[in-house]
Design a protein around this ligand. Structure first.
Ligand code: 2NM
Length: 326
């Protein structure tokens, strides 16, 4: 009995002094394990007088239970202490602003195209598209630009080996629509076009253009002026200064250029004119009955003006640090 008491006392003390779960487990094995100190005491049972055995056995088992309880107590103390120290170390600043999720944005050129499309859609224009690889007829011939016309030299064209070419404007789209549909027509043709112009910060061999065409009875230059001026006021600002300047295109007569006053400088925004009767006749539209106006603009230029960018090539380099700013 003395043995039992001294073992229990010694174990109690040791248990209460443990500072981590591993050494606590170590003590459990030492006292309660298969070869533990208390377990060993039971092996003495056979040396005792049979009358003493039940009481002795009971005492050892009681001692075992006491130690088990004491170990459990210490275990929850250690676990709680461990949790507290973790909580105090892993501080969480709930006042920090969140990292957030960036939303992404449309390419600036796409934003401009969408705005142009939305203005003309409201006026009943439908958006049309067509092939970027074109033939001579749709890109030049039908547009009143004959084989030896200087305009073909003016527009340095990418010719393919099979006699086809990369379209130099989106006008062939309008030609294709006029070949298939009867007036009245209101078409907007945005898309990529190609010229092997001298390449510099404001010229890229590929750029984006939008052309518009309206054909109906009794359409005159006043319709052209009214609609294009309204567009410019929609796109830039209601009070912006606008001027029309005489110009020349083989596919329109008369032809004009529209400028807007931006930061004290006149900036050329688009070319336009009344569709040349030859163009209408080329697509079997009666030029005595129908007239129309057309216009074309590079909307990379519009984007440069709008966003204050001086190098067109930035739009095509796909550098997200640049594109993410718009
Ligand atoms: C421009 C300027 C003036 C134009 C003409 C046509 C078509 F197909 F109807 F003949 N489409 N676009 C046109 C007219 C384009 O770009 C500066």
């Amino acid at each position: 009995v003395n043995d039992i008491n001294s073992i229990v006392q010694e174990a109690h003390q040791a248990i209460q002094q443990t500072e981590d779960l591993a050494s606590l487990d170590h003590l459990r094995v030492k006292y309660l394990g298969k070869k533990g100190a208390l377990t060993n005491l039971l092996k003495n049972l056979s040396t005792l007088d049979p009358s003493e055995r039940p009481q002795y056995g009971q005492q050892v088992n009681q001692a075992k239970q006491q130690l088990q309880q004491s170990i459990q107590q210490q275990q929850s103390i250690l676990e709680e202490a461990h949790l507290q120290s973790q909580l105090s170390q892993e501080t969480l600043d709930v006042t920090l602003p969140g990292r957030g999720q960036s939303l992404g944005n449309l390419h600036p050129i796409t934003q401009i195209r969408t705005q142009v499309e939305s203005f003309f859609s409201q006026l009943g224009f439908s958006i049309a598209d067509g092939p970027e690889v074109e033939d001579d007829y749709h890109n030049f011939e039908a547009l009143n630009i004959p084989a030896n016309h200087p305009a073909r030299d003016m527009q340095d064209t990418f010719y393919l080996e099979n006699g086809l070419l990369l379209r130099t404007h989106t006008s062939p789209v309008q030609i294709r629509v006029m070949q298939q549909q009867e007036p009245p027509l209101r078409i907007l043709a945005p898309g990529r076009v190609y010229r092997c112009d001298d390449i510099d910060p404001t010229h890229s061999p590929m750029f984006n253009q939008v052309e518009g065409l309206l054909v109906d009875e009794d359409i005159n230059f006043a319709h052209l002026k009214g609609i294009l001026e309204a567009f410019v006021r929609f796109f830039f600002a209601e009070e912006i200064q606008v001027r029309f300047r005489p110009s020349f295109f083989p596919f329109t007569e008369p032809s004009a250029e529209l400028d807007v006053l931006i930061n004290g400088r006149w900036m050329e925004i688009l070319g336009c004119g009344m569709v040349h009767p030859n163009v209408l006749e080329n697509v079997n539209i009666d030029s005595e009955k129908y007239t129309g106006f057309a216009f074309g603009m590079g909307f990379d230029r519009l984007a440069m003006a709008r966003f204050g960018i001086d190098d067109l090539r930035l739009f095509f380099e796909s550098d997200l640090r640049f594109l993410g700013q718009f």
